[in-house]
Design a protein around this ligand. Structure first.
Ligand SMILES: C[S@@+](CC[C@H](N)C(=O)[O-])C[C@H]1O[C@@H](n2cnc3c(N)ncnc32)[C@H](O)[C@@H]1O
Length: 216
């Protein structure tokens, strides 16, 4: 209840709607500074998908205007996967629906309670912007949301966050920086034996990849 839409998340949703209004359906419109960085994040996150899987289902949690669909198509081919995009900002879903037509293979869902489990859940950029939410409350929100990512995935999930390994002076008070080791430990203890901590790509971020079965 602490993370209701009119509370913490309402402000976050309005923040992203503002970005979309300003920059349109582009990487800047979801607050990334380049398409390269957006795609690099996808590349890391999509490592969660077992390459032997045929036609996996993917839930994109915090989908923005649905840019992940392009990366999935590149990797798995047109019609090679089923996709559901979820976002708290209704304008984002509207923008996504204008870009991609919905059908059995691709749907956008705004109601978090209406989401069904998928093979994989991927979340890019939902933990970064906390605005003026207190650090402890935001950390609780992060934990509760990771719990949801786990509950909604049968084969695995992956998320990214800003890393606490970085220049302390450059930190912004409106952003959340997670301790990669603490989140690795949490994922390993709570969710699966098979966890990858990817911190070897050139962004001030970490990606946690949690597979429910051993990787190939
Ligand atoms: C940084 S943007 C990235 C969008 C997309 N994942 C991409 O990489 O192009 C984060 C998106 O997540 C959405 N979002 C943030 N927190 C969320 C939450 N708890 N549940 C659903 N969507 C959320 C925002 O509205 C925003 O559209």
């Amino acid at each position: 209840v602490a993370f209701s839409h009119d509370g913490v998340l309402g402000n976050v949703g309005r923040y992203y709607s503002g970005k979309l209004r300003e920059h349109g359906d582009s990487p800047r419109g979801v607050d990334w500074n380049s398409e390269e960085s957006q795609q690099l994040r996808f590349e890391q996150l999509l490592r969660v998908i077992d390459p032997d899987d045929e036609h996996p289902s993917v839930l994109d949690y915090g989908c923005g205007y649905g840019a992940l669909i392009g990366a999935l198509t590149e990797r798995l081919g047109d019609g090679g996967f089923t996709y559901v995009g979820h976002d708290i900002a209704p304008d984002m879903l509207e923008a996504a629906r204008l870009r991609v037509s919905e059908g059995a293979e691709c749907r956008f869902i705004g109601d978090a309670d209406a989401l069904a489990p998928a093979d994989y859940v991927v979340a890019s950029g939902i933990f970064n912007v906390k605005l003026d939410t207190l650090e402890d409350l935001w950390a609780e929100y992060v934990d509760a949301t990771i719990e949801r990512l786990d509950a909604l995935s049968t084969r695995g999930f992956a998320f990214n966050m800003l890393t606490s390994y970085g220049d302390a002076e450059k930190r912004r008070p409106d952003l959340f920086y997670g301790d990669p080791c603490a989140y690795f430990d949490m994922c390993k203890r709570r969710y699966s034996r098979f966890v990858t901590l990817a911190h070897d790509y050139p962004l001030w971020e970490v990606t946690l990849i949690v597979r429910k079965e051993a990787g190939a």
